[in-house]
Write a protein that binds this ligand. Sequence first.
Ligand code: ATP
Length: 355
Amino acid sequence: MTTVEVKNLRKSYDDFLALDGVSLTAETGQLVTLLGPSGCGKSTTLRCLAGFHEPNGGDILVDGESILNVPSNRRKFGVVFQNYALFPHMTVAENIGYGLRLQKRSKGEIETRVFDVMKLVRLTGLEDRLPREISGGQQQRVALARALVLKPRLLLLDEPLANLDARLRDEVRWLIRDLQQQSGITAFYVTHDQSEAMAMSDMVAVMKAGRVAQFATPREIYQKPSERYVADFTGEANFLTAQRVQPVAEGRYSVHVAGADIEVEGVPGLLKNAAAELLLRPESLTLVTTGDTATFEGEVIKCAFLGASLHCEIALPEGGRLKLTAPPNHEVGAGDRVGIAIDLSHAWLMPEVAP
Ligand SMILES: Nc1ncnc2c1ncn2[C@@H]1O[C@H](COP(=O)(O)OP(=O)(O)OP(=O)(O)O)[C@@H](O)[C@H]1O
């Protein structure tokens, strides 16, 4: 059982404010991802959790108690970084058992626990190799095993896949998620890779310049972003200016967009005639014959045939452009007039300026 509550965390490096009030929570057994571009404060947040940095304000509660006065080595957290920092002169088994030796565990206990965790991370057979004699993916699994063998209360992972190639990244990613779920360990995971965050997490904190722009499930972050920054960072997105915003129910609005009057869901609390824009993910748009069920009509600007699909860009009459993906059997090209049907249940209205 480990719950974590990060409350209004602030951290400055000299006069630079790296964390400007970060708040988020992790329930027992959840994997919470800190997602955002370089420099937004992900690693600083993780380092404050690990106890490597002392925050200037705010608090971190673990199971309801502040840990700010607990030194890093007494927090009982497992930490895995992108550079695995294995001891080069120790074998794989010695690297994994290092923390247990520091704890002065018996030789028998160390052997059993190292053996068990090696099996868990699928390293059996590599006990006597040196780090330079195994692959990058295997080295990262040693780093993971070295953290897990100590049965940490919390697992902290900072871009653990960054140094691996695409295939290995996939493999180690699923291994981490499997192990984390099987063991029910609460974990924080830092990445700037949106698809990694979406695939692995129970909750995602999208960070922006030292703050959390949105903290929600991957689905919510993608489908119901709080602002354009979040929508942009989590996948392909089209934005159209929305006029005549009129609330019709809580979180529901009628709007005029690109010549059409439609009713859509959106960020709650938008006022009448608020400056707003409509988010349309490419997969919620379908190319149709003009006059069919078209919500919008427009002119094809360009269309690329990619084998399995067509990628089209369409100009709308009142300005604005839409990118969409169509099945490859559509015979459309630049200059054609087309209709675009929108899955309105997946359209999302957001304020034009971030709250
Ligand atoms: N030790 C330090 N001294 C001074 N400034 C620092 C220090 N560590 C980080 N910073 C600055 O604080 C900000 C946040 O850094 P942080 O490493 O937390 O970002 P990040 O989101 O993890 O980025 P990345 O993905 O590049 O690792 C950055 O602008 C960085 O330059």
